[in-house]
Design a protein around this ligand. Sequence first.
Ligand code: NIG
Ligand code: ZN
Length: 412
Amino acid sequence: MITLITNIKELLQVREPGVQKVAGADMAQLPAIQNAYLLIENDTISDFGPMTECPKINADTVIDATGRTVLPSWIDSHTHIVYAGNRVQEFVDRINGLTYEEIANRGGGILNSAKRLNETSEEQLYEESKVRLEEVIRQGTGAVEIKSGYGLTVEGEIKMLRVIQRLRDNYPITIKATFLGAHAFPTEFKENHEGYLNLIIEEMLPKIAEENLADYIDAFCETGYFSVEETERIMKAGKYYGLIPKIHVNQFTAIEGIAACVKHGALSVDHLEIVTDEDIEVLKDSGTMPVALPSCSYFISIPYTPARKMIQAGLPLALATDFNPGTTPSGNMNFVVATACIKMKMTPEEAINAATINGAYAMGIAETHGSITKGKKANVLITEPLHSYYELPYAFGSNRIATVLLNGKIVQ
Ligand SMILES: N=CN[C@@H](CCC(=O)O)C(=O)O
Ligand SMILES: [Zn+2]
């Protein structure tokens, strides 16, 4: 099956093989070809270049992209798409003055979602989650990481991870699964942290590893949730089973969790609304990707990740949605890219790099996703006719994606 996209006004994020991520000043560069073609063989990008070099072949499908931009699909490296019900009441409580912390202290927040999830059947959970997955595919996401973490019981966590596996089996989007048993302490373990850590390490992890249900391990390293020392125990236990850490850290407070994550070889550190100079130092020259989640900052009115400061220090940065029922009931990467430009003062080039190649690194899939590169998966987006790709973040409330290809096939 051969697909040829012709007359592309701008083909964005064109990279040689081997580029895993971009950092610092390099984030401002978004390599592009004007008036280009893109050749897809089966599910793989096989060639691209200027129209003057377009091969004369009999393609099965030819798409004329006159006036349109073509770019790699968005990579959403941090989501909690699998959940039951919603938390609209907490949304209204926050409008009326309560904070996220106050709501959590009253038994709301993560524990609210966990209660609901444990009362929901696996079938129902799958049905609710697939609607969200279908929506983000339409919005241009071509790869998504999905976390557990609303079970907080052996059965609940396994149920979530099985749903993630079923989504992976049934949809063309690339999915990675992360075990987040250490998302919050269930009420019965509030005064018995040791007991819950033992449950995660001795019961949940061996079962998850046996069924091969997760790729990564996560913990919510935060004041009032998992301490740095507790997070280190979770990371070590995960690594024993081959799960690389990707950690929630520095959302509300900086407690030196980032240093611990770097020490344990975390693939990414996510949230980073509060970042100290020491945190930035420790991330320099590490293999750990910082991930910002601007829709979360927007929705619960907390600071935005200091992107400018981090990029100026030479760091890379990825962008993801954090799609979840509490702090970010949206999986729209177009909004994330726009909000990063508008609120974090990232340039469109930096934001697109952060939402494609750097997101792929944060998901451990940079070899196959995140750029227009020969041999990579043909997960690409074709926009509506645009004057320039700047219109993607400029039109912040709109979706300018007209066509979505996953594995070389048009799905939208
Ligand atoms: N901060 C931790 N976890 C989620 C929110 C969880 C929730 O409130 O349900 C987040 O990334 O924002
Ligand atoms: Zn999250």
